[in-house]
Design a protein around this ligand. Structure first.
Ligand SMILES: Nc1ncnc2c1ncn2[C@@H]1O[C@H](COP(=O)(O)OS(=O)(=O)O)[C@@H](OP(=O)(O)O)[C@H]1O
Ligand SMILES: Nc1ncnc2c1ncn2[C@@H]1O[C@H](COP(=O)(O)OP(=O)(O)O)[C@@H](O)[C@H]1O
Length: 309
């Protein structure tokens, strides 16, 4: 095993809600409040003036965003029949004046507004005494991604650093359970995990992702989500024949027998990174131990200031 480092230079159809006030009812004495026909646990709510979130949004055929004003029969888009909705305009209780000019359409989400938090990444990093980033482990199935992710997480935890692992297999048990291993589904899987990793890094966490992530363009798209330097791509460069000999889950055997389709390295491609921060490479039959590999990554983090605020 040898390592190569720093090849890269340092580098409304949406749901709207309206506050609806309701008066407290006698049933509160039982520890519950019934609000407009809904029973909810009363703990933690202001007992004199309660409110709950009632969905008030609908979308007309013409795509105009509408708000249910609760009683008015107002005309929507010009030439349309009057209906029970008012157009989604600047008489919205939330979106007025300056706010409106900051509204955006992102993908299929129309008329959305970015809400700023009073506590920023910098504040969280000060609290944690580390810098949030993403360590993106990529390599063939069986190359040792999960093992390295665990060794890294353990090593950093022992140094008092907060980490979180996003493991491909695990994410496919939940967030990505609807996705297959077709190219477009792999891309979507990686996009989702990239977005989650970005949020964790913004939280100040050292996020370790452990995914095959076989296509260069998908990895690059995740890199582009993060501030320069905060996406640390680590290629576990273990040759196919070694991974296949390991075959801890018996998947290569099934893929060779044609029982699993689109298996990475067999009948689906793996595109090695051409430019990444760290390459962990097997030389001959020599294989570095997972904890030695973890130390290399930790040294990189140390050298680049990620282990202090
Ligand atoms: N067709 C096919 N190709 C590759 N891998 C397969 C496939 N089918 C199931 N598996 C198992 O799923 C794990 C890879 O999931 P990932 O989410 O990391 O894949 S990807 O990044 O979306 O390509 C991978 O886990 P690892 O061995 O940990 O990499 C496999 O165990
Ligand atoms: N550095 C290493 N040297 C030797 N064997 C390893 C090393 N890292 C992992 N392994 C073994 O290789 C197999 C695959 O490791 P795993 O971490 O599950 O890979 P991946 O997550 O990339 O599929 C496991 O049996 C594991 O014990």
């Amino acid at each position: 095993m040898s390592t190569t480092q720093a090849l890269r230079p340092p580098a409304c159809s949406c749901g709207m809600f309206q506050n609806v006030e309701c008066r407290p009812l006698a049933v509160e004495k039982l520890g519950f409040a019934t609000l407009c026909g809904m029973k909810i646990n009363g703990v933690g709510l202001n007992r004199s003036r309660r409110s709950f979130l009632k969905p008030i949004m609908a979308k007309e055929d013409n795509g105009a965003s509408l708000i249910d004003d609760g009683n008015a029969k107002c005309q929507g888009a010009a030439g349309k029949k009057p209906n029970s909705f008012t157009p989604f305009t600047n008489h919205s209780p939330v979106l007025t004046g300056k706010n409106l000019s900051e509204m955006a359409n992102i993908g299929n989400s129309m008329n959305i507004l970015w809400h700023k938090s009073p506590i920023q990444k910098h504040d969280r990093q000060q609290l944690l005494q580390q810098r949030g980033c993403v360590i993106w482990l990529t390599g063939l199935s069986g190359s040792g991604k999960s093992t390295l992710a665990c060794a890294l997480s353990r090593g950093l935890h022992l140094r008092g650093k907060l980490t979180y692992i996003l493991d491909g297999d695990n994410i496919r048990h939940g967030l990505s359970r609807d996705l297959s291993f077709r190219a477009e589904d792999r891309s979507e899987n990686i996009r989702r995990i990239g977005e989650v990793a970005k949020l964790l890094a913004d939280a100040g966490v050292i996020c370790i992702t452990s995914l095959i992530s076989p296509y260069g363009k998908d990895r690059d798209a995740c890199r582009a989500l993060l501030p320069e330097g905060d996406f640390i791509e680590v290629f576990i460069d273990v040759p196919l024949h070694v991974c296949e000999a390991r075959d801890p889950k018996g998947l290569y055997k099934l893929a060779r027998a044609g029982k699993i389709k689109d298996f990475t390295g067999i009948d689906d491609p793996y595109e090695p990174p051409c430019s990444c921060e760290i390459v962990l490479q097997q030389k001959g039959s020599e294989c570095m131990s997972p904890s030695d590999m973890a130390e290399i990554v930790i040294s990189y983090l140390e050298k680049n200031g990620y282990l202090r605020a």
